[in-house]
Each structure stands twice: as C-alpha cells, then as structure tokens.
Design a protein around this ligand. Sequence first.
Ligand SMILES: Nc1nc2c(ncn2[C@@H]2O[C@H](COP(=O)(O)OP(=O)(O)OP(=O)(O)O)[C@@H](O)[C@H]2O)c(=O)[nH]1
Ligand SMILES: [Mg+2]
Length: 355
Amino acid sequence: MKIGIIGLQNSGKTTIFNALTRSEAEVADYSNARAEPNLAVVNVEDERITHLTEMYKPRKTIHATVEFIDFAGVARHSDKGGFPPELVQAARITDALAVVVRNFHHDLMEEPTPSTDLESIEDEMILSDLIIVETRLERIAQDNKKGKKTPQTVLEEETLHAIRDTLNEGAPIRGMKLSGEAEKALRGFQFLTQKPLMVIVNSDEERFGKNAPLLAELGAKYRTIEFAGNFEMELSRLTEGEDIRLFMEDMGITESARSLLTRTAYELLGYISFFTVGPDEVRAWNLKRGQSAVEAAGVIHSDLARGFIRAECFSYADLLACGSEKAIKEKGLLRLEGKEYPVKDGDILCIRFNV
Ligand SMILES: Nc1nc2c(ncn2[C@@H]2O[C@H](COP(=O)(O)OP(=O)(O)OP(=O)(O)O)[C@@H](O)[C@H]2O)c(=O)[nH]1
Ligand SMILES: [Mg+2]
C-alpha cells in the first residue's frame, strides 16, 4: 500500500513523514524545491502479528508494509500557469493521498487557515484533472476530423465530457457514478480527484485536541485525523520505553500517528489483513474486503492460485479464545473453504494446492 503525503508548502508534510517513518528528512522553514520525494517503507503495527509470533515462535516474522511518499509542497496560488508535476506523479504511483493541512502557529507565516488550505489543494487537483481532460478531448477531436472515430473513442469522449462538467462545477471525479464501460474507458488515466483521499490536520501542541468543529467540518467530506506533527516527530526520536506513553497521555494522544494513519488508510481503501502461520514464518498479508480465497492465494504466490485446491481456515479471534491450533480443531472451528470464500479480516489461512 502506497500513501502519498501532499499539501501546501510548509504544512508540515516532511515533519509528519519523519514521525511516521522515524526518518530524518530535512524539515525547512522555506520550501526547498527538491525534485525527489522522500520515500520510506514501514511495517504495519498490528498486535495480532505480535501475538501470533509469541505463539508460533517462527524463524521469521513478516509484517504487512506501507510505503509513505512525501512530495514537495504545492504553492498556494500557482500563478505559473500550471499545476505542480509532483501532484500528477502522486496520482500515478500511490493508492491513496493524505493531504496535510497546517493548523500550527509559525512566526514566518500567517495564522493557520486549514479549511481554506484544503480548498486550495482541492482546486489544484481539479485544475490538474481538467487540463488532462481538455488535452485528451482536443486530441480526440483532431482524430475525429481525420476519420479515426471508433466506438471506444466515442465512449471515451462522452465520458470525458461528463467528467469535464463535474470538474467545472468544482466537484471531484471520485463522487461520480460511472458505468462499468465508462470506468474502463478511463483506465489509462490517473486522475487526482479519483484517488481515495484522507486529510491530516497538523496541529501545534496548543491547538491539538481542541478542534472538534474543524474536524467535523472536514470529516463531513473526507476521513480526517488530527496529528500533533512536530510533537510526534520528537516522540519518534526517543528510544522505546515508558516515557513515550507518558508524553502521549499528557497530550491526550491515544494512538501513535503511524497506527492511526495506517488504520485510517485500511478503512479508506477497504483493506483487510489475513495471516499465514507456521514454524518457518508468521506473516501478515493485505487483501481488499470481499476478495476470495483464491485471490488471497494469488497474493501469496501465483502458483497457489493456479493450483488451488482448498483453504484451511480459522480466525484469529477463535485462536485467541481457544489458546492453540489443537483446541481450534477439537472444537470444530477449523473450516475448509473453496475458491469463492470471501476472506475476512483476521482469517488465518493455509492454502492447499497442487501444480
Ligand atoms: N509548531 C509546529 N511547527 C511545525 C509542525 N510541523 C511542521 N512545523 C514547522 O513548519 C515548517 C515546515 O515544516 P516541513 O515539515 O518542512 O513542511 P513541509 O510541508 O514538508 O514543507 P515543504 O516540503 O517545503 O512544502 C518547519 O519550520 C517546521 O518546524 C507542527 O506540527 N507544529
Ligand atoms: Mg517537505
């Protein structure tokens, strides 16, 4: 899972990236227009995997991972007649976008205006998509004149017109109801306003925890979470220990930024986790909610999907309640599931296959 961190310049994206990934990327008062985004892959914290490791004592444990990509900031009113190319890249290479909005005091900046800032980002994304649509429509018009009309381009043109209308009304593509055919016609495009999006309100220590109206306002449109970015970054630099918990309690933080963000992203994208266990390896895997046992097998290895016979399956919750795999079997809680079985969050699977 790849999450792109985007937002206006100096909204604290890199600070949050550092907090999430325990990185030491440079945090600067003035935007340094660097071309390369910061990247880091981190393990998804999940107490289930910790507990399964204790139970099975495997030779290795492999967590699900999430990749964070910290993009350069977007200028407030980009008067350069275009949109930042980083934003377009963000759409192409990520599964979801996390927009950071500044809610902290900074001596070099005006007082924070988080909702207006979010609107600016939305406008930039809409503009970016509109340019892509217009460019493609011009191209199709030229081709039409040359007699290159096909049923596909007719459908594409219709769909792009509908999208253009929506964008011109200031709305994202995300909310549109598109037919399966129309979705297919759009597959080659990577529209920013089609990406799943969440919002991170980045508050200073004075403001943190006192933003219920703001969170409700933004939360009506997007999944919205609040971080004390700078505070979390400092916390992430401490060595593990009891002090961290005390500092968090003092600030009223109940869950680490990384855990809160990954959990929110899982919800946003409809991801679930399933597990494989054994003496060699305990491992967490991601799947989309509703995907089947044979699709889960394919996530592990294409051979397992190709030669799929059945899945032996029990739930983490049952294992926790019963205490051991042996007890699971005695209580008849080990199930045999076929290809079509929709895998559930917390399922522990063993795929039987034959190739
Ligand atoms: N008080 C406070 N200051 C912060 C917080 N987050 C960032 N800052 C300050 O804001 C400035 C910009 O922080 P960065 O994390 O570099 O912001 P950015 O969004 O990555 O900036 P660009 O990549 O240049 O767009 C720095 O001076 C940070 O110290 C925060 O949560 N609280
Ligand atoms: Mg930055």
